[in-house]
Design a binder for this molecule. Structure first.
Ligand SMILES: Nc1ncnc2c1ncn2[C@@H]1O[C@H](COP(=O)(O)OP(=O)(O)OP(=O)(O)O)[C@@H](O)[C@H]1O
Ligand SMILES: [Mg+2]
Length: 223
């Protein structure tokens, strides 16, 4: 397997007024192409912070993240935004769907600026792949939690990213919908050769990944 992401001595400190929060402490981690990594740990352990930093969304306080040997935070803002748009698919914990757009538009929008003509076609294909095509003209408010989660996943995949980062994609879902979302992640990893990182509180789902790490108070502990 090839090294895709390399994280070295990563630190993240937040300043909440007078108080300093050490969200990540000296994290080093290597993620290979086609890896499927689960990140578990209690609330406040630093899981979302780590995922955001890997995805180029939040600058670390120390250490570095390289993607195929390129230092993500040495890139300029524009360059990093372009890299993120092309290489990273992010599934946020609370979907972040645009309420005014229907399902098809929500999925297509990530590729609309660059590929106006093919955006809807690609979105349609993805909705079929995720088995939610019959909801394409619905608005987010008309969907169930599991359906919204699928749309968020389709949207993350619109630019055919190499790496898919999912923050609690099964939170608030019933067991059936949880299983469906996780089966989709597994298929992305095995059929589409995507590198997948899954943040979850659910140990049972995490165990289905190829690899698991545990964070506690910002530190990586042996699982
Ligand atoms: N933007 C921010 N400003 C200040 N502190 C923050 C910020 N984001 C996170 N933190 C703090 O950093 C720590 C780690 O937060 P993080 O969101 O990474 O935890 P988590 O493991 O994802 O938790 P959960 O399982 O509840 O989602 C927490 O103590 C949190 O309060
Ligand atoms: Mg979180």
């Amino acid at each position: 397997m090839n090294n895709l992401v390399q994280i070295a001595q990563l630190n993240k400190t937040f300043h909440n007024g007078q108080e300093e929060v050490f969200a990540l402490k000296n994290i080093s981690l290597r993620i290979d192409t086609k890896d499927y990594l689960a990140i578990v740990g209690p609330s406040g352990a630093g899981k979302s912070t780590l995922l955001h930093i890997i995805g180029g969304l939040d600058e670390p306080s120390g250490g570095c993240v390289t993607y195929k040997g390129r230092d993500v935070y040495a890139m300029g803002e524009k360059e990093r935004a372009l890299w993120r748009n092309q290489s990273v698919g992010f599934v946020f914990q609370f979907y972040h769907l645009i309420e005014e757009l229907n399902v098809l538009e929500n999925v297509a929008i990530g590729s609309f600026v660059r590929l106006r003509k093919s955006a809807f076609k690609t979105a349609q294909t993805l909705l079929e792949y995720l088995n939610i095509e019959e909801r394409k003209n619905f608005f987010p408010s008309q969907l169930s939690g599991g359906e919204r989660q699928k749309v968020a996943l389709a949207r993350a995949l619109i630019n055919d990213p190499e790496i898919v980062l999912c923050d609690e994609p099964t939170g608030n879902l019933d067991k059936d919908s949880q299983d469906k979302v996780v089966e989709l992640l597994e298929r992305l990893n095995t059929e589409k050769q995507k590198t997948v990182i899954l943040v979850t509180h659910n140990l049972e789902l995490a165990k289905r990944a190829k690899r698991m790490i545990t964070l506690k108070s910002g530190e990586m502990v042996i699982s």
